[in-house]
Design a protein around this ligand. Sequence first.
Ligand SMILES: Nc1ncnc2c1ncn2[C@@H]1O[C@H](COP(=O)(O)OP(=O)(O)OP(=O)(O)O)[C@@H](O)[C@H]1O
Ligand SMILES: [Mg+2]
Length: 296
Amino acid sequence: MTSHTYSTRADSAEDDHEAAPRVEVNRDTRRSLPPDPKPIMECDGVDVYYGDFRAVTDVSLGFGHNEITALIGPSGCGKSTLLRSLNRMNDLIVSARVEGSVTFHGQSIYGKDVDPIEVRRRIGMVFQKPNPFPKSIYDNVAYGPRVTGMKVSSMDDLVEEALTKSALWDEVKDKLKDSGLGLSGGQQQRLCIARTIAIRPEVILMDEPCSALDPIATSRIEDLMIELRDEYSIIIVTHNMQQAARVADRTAFFTALAAEGSGDRTGLLVEYDLTTKIFSAPADERTENYISGRFG
Ligand SMILES: Nc1ncnc2c1ncn2[C@@H]1O[C@H](COP(=O)(O)OP(=O)(O)OP(=O)(O)O)[C@@H](O)[C@H]1O
Ligand SMILES: [Mg+2]
């Protein structure tokens, strides 16, 4: 795979706006592919409510197989809310309600015969703050396969495979019985990724997975995401535009606008396109203002 990293907006942006950040866009060859004609997941007219409050309004977009999709936008625009609606994590919030359609392989994940536990197994999630269980490193990874009753010929092999894929094996192979809580923040987040991939999901949702990490740990997780993309489809919420530009094939920009009637601010999808396009020639002025640091 050829990979060229160079600055796109910076030159023109600096001419007209001194504060414009440099957003380096990784333009590897996969970043110019047309949209997946059969996305692994699709939202169609998705609204998410908390009680009467509509936090997300009318979101329609598809997530490609073996792509990394970034969801970006200002705080409160509903990124986490939308992400949680993609694996029924919102079911755990009593007031939350999802309307519209969310499909996985063309099937609604909210269908009445669908088991939400199975949805969350196939569409895994990594959270903002690393949250290993207070158990050994080994047991953290083995936890999912054990509780879901996965048929496993060798748990040792499965643990090793998940830790290898999450780029942690070499650092922990001699201390698998030590507590997961004794690892550094970056290692804990890779342990959480290992825990997620141990149950063999197809999609991995990540909500600001690097926001608690230093730049070196962040860079490792970003490299890891790019490796994992060969096997998984990844949807990541990030506030770090450089991160979206570095890792994401496609980027969706959301904003929050006052809804007609109630006046409450509700999250809307403004623009969804190749990351290269979003960061170099966005179609919507609101995206332009956000990525150039003029808003949000
Ligand atoms: N559990 C909840 N109950 C009620 N309202 C909620 C809940 N979670 C989020 N909200 C509201 O929904 C809206 C969207 O919140 P959400 O956390 O999805 O935004 P976000 O884009 O992820 O923001 P941030 O970038 O700060 O994480 C906000 O107005 C928020 O107050
Ligand atoms: Mg959030």
